[in-house]
Structure formats: C-alpha cells, structure tokens
Design a protein around this ligand. Structure first.
Ligand code: SF4
Length: 346
C-alpha cells in the first residue's frame, strides 16, 4: 500500500498528522522545518525527532519527492522538465535563467478544461488536478532548486480551477514555517474565473496576471470559451476593488496573433478596458502549434503594438521568447510524451 506524502502539507495538516500518529504537538513545526527548510529525502534524516517517533511516522508516511521523468534543454539555457503525475499523466515545468534572476514556471493541473484554441494543454482536455505535493515537487525536485528566484503559476492548467491545492502551495511557499518567500516573488496567472478570483486575492498577497488576449467580447470568446461564463469586463470590475498601487502587482498577458488582435482598434479598446488600473501589459508572441491557422507575429509587429500602447500611456513590454528550439508552447512536450507512452502500450 502506498504511503501518504508529507511534502506539500501545510502546518495545520502536519498538526493533524502528528495527532494521528500520537506525536507531541510541537513536532509538527519540527517536521515542517525539515520538509521546507532542509533538503532531506527520507524521514530518517529528521534527527531532532526521536527514533521511535520517526518509526511511528514511517509506518504511514513518506517524504514523497519525485525526480523529473525527463528534461530538454534549449540553446538559450531554458530547461523544460517533465514530471509523471496522477499515475501515468505528464506535466511540464520550465526553468528560465536570466542575468539576475531564474524563474520557474510551474503547472497546476494535468491537461486543462478551459479549451483555449491556441493552447496545446487545452487539447489534452482535463486529466486531473495536481496536489500541493505535485505542484511544489516541480520546484523542490529539479537540480536548480537553490537557484530559483521567482515562481510563476503559468504552466499547464488553470490555477484557479484548482484553487484549494494552489492556495496550499502558496501558503507553504510564503509562510515562516515554510519556505518563507516574499509573495512578491510569485505570480499567479489566470484566464480570469470570476467566481474564484476574489478568493485568491483575499487569501494570498502574490502578484496576479490575467490572460486578456482580446478586448472584444466575441473575439475573446472565440479564442477563450471561458469568456462566456467569465466576461473579462466582470473580472476587471472585481479586480478594481483591490489595491494594486503598492507592493502587489497586476498585469495582463496579451498573446499577439498576427493579423488578428493587433490592430489600432484593439489598442483603443484595451485602453478603455483597463483605464484607471495601475497595471502593465505583457505582450507574448504566439508560438505556433500544429493544427491551427493562428499566426505568429514577428518581433517587429509585436514591438509596434507595444509602442502603440505605450503612446496611450499603458506600460507594455514584449516578453522575450525563451526555449523556442525545444517547443516553447506550453503542453507540447507533455503531449509528445503522452503520445509516445500510448504507442508503447498499444
Ligand atoms: S491557456 Fe491556460 S487556461 Fe487556456 S487551455 Fe491552456 S492551460 Fe488552460
């Protein structure tokens, strides 16, 4: 019988574990200290717990770390890690080193139910929510663990569609008894689920990025079916109730498709939509994926769109494309792996 994993549990959950195992209450903090403050792989390394306590714990529990199942490295230093989750599904995480920082882009679900038409992960359909163990394992189990300065929840899946486990992972990253990271080092990226966004904003202080991609309702709905149930205008109205003038930042992600959402009318409507919000727009050049007519713009087109927004007083930047030679589009690598595994079992 497989054992329950301790890594990924919050302090409250560890208190429940110690109670159940008949250990003293203070041992929950000691266990958290080992799990999140030190790089241990076995319960036996928790040397400030008595041997008897460790034995009692190991009857039912294990640390529960899993190494990546594969890695692909780009010429620009970006690495894509593949992890096996949920008995046989694959997810990916991207490690992106830059001059003064190293960002890890992590996944929150295997597949995704949001069906955005430009996304490979969406084509995998929903395969399951990751547990907080599986979310944080992407951070803890790569060789570059100690070098990561920032985390973005921008990989596979819609984080707010798995809000319980995502909030748990954020708590562990930012709590004193956890990794003690500043929430300023973490950004959650969402397509904007209007019935979940408040919970995230109320329960965490991490930055927020919202995928916008078009300011026009009908066009956005064609790109992102979620627009039907969560109109971007409603989502922005909710966000306006929160303070983003201090430490906490809000930004909008705007995937630019050549000849589609890059016109002066789009600039004008974007300005209207987000007027009065202290925010920025990150323009991302679309990375082409098989089976779609959507076109990738070149760098000059993206810069023209950026300049048009800047002229209207909206801070905008073009995000550097990283890992293009290893399939920068999120979900590509795990789709290939899943297809490979399927063929092997046929
Ligand atoms: S873009 Fe994000 S929300 Fe949309 S299908 Fe892909 S993973 Fe899901």
């Amino acid at each position: 019988m497989s054992k329950e994993k301790l890594y990924g549990k919050t302090l409250d959950e560890l208190v429940a574990v110690t109670k159940k195992a008949g250990l003293p209450g203070y041992s929950a903090k000691q266990i958290a200290g080992w799990l999140y403050g030190k790089e241990i792989n076995t319960l036996d390394e928790m040397t400030n717990l008595s041997k008897k306590m460790r034995e009692r714990l190991s009857e039912e529990y294990e640390i529960g770390l899993s190494p990546p199942a594969g890695v692909t490295e780009s010429r620009d230093g970006t690495k894509k890690y593949l992890f096996k989750v949920l008995s046989g599904k694959y997810i990916e995480s991207a490690y992106i080193p830059e001059k003064n920082r190293a960002t890890l882009c992590i996944s929150s679900q295997a597949g995704c139910r949001m069906a955005c038409i430009f996304c490979m992960t969406g084509r995998q359909l929903f395969q399951g929510n990751l547990s907080s163990n599986e979310i944080l394992n992407q951070f803890r189990s790569i060789p570059e663990f100690g070098m990561i300065t920032n985390i973005v929840y921008m990989g596979m899946g819609e984080p707010l569609d798995n809000i319980g486990e995502v909030l748990k992972s954020l708590e562990i990253l930012t709590a004193d008894w956890g990794y003690g990271w500043s929430p300023k080092r973490i950004t959650l990226s969402t397509i904007g689920l209007k019935n979940r966004i408040r919970e995230f904003l109320d329960k965490s202080r991490c930055h927020l990025a919202i995928s916008l991609h078009s300011p026009f309702d009908d066009e956005r709905e064609r790109l992102m079916p979620v627009q039907r149930s969560s109109r971007i205008r409603d989502v922005i109205d909710i966000v306006r109730e929160y303070d983003f003038t201090g430490q906490r930042r809000i930004s909008f992600e705007y995937i630019l498709f050549s000849g589609l959402n890059d016109t002066p009318a789009h600039v004008r409507e974007l300005v209207r939509l987000i007027s009065g919000l202290k925010c920025r727009i990150n323009i991302i050049r679309f990375h082409e994926i098989p089976g779609t007519e959507l076109k990738s713009p070149d760098q000059a087109e993206a810069e023209r769109f950026r300049d048009a927004l800047n002229k209207k007083g909206i801070p905008a930047t073009v995000r550097a494309s990283r890992g293009e030679d290893i399939g920068a589009a999120c979900g590509l690598l795990s789709t290939l792996e899943q297809n490979k595994q399927k063929k092997l079992t046929e």
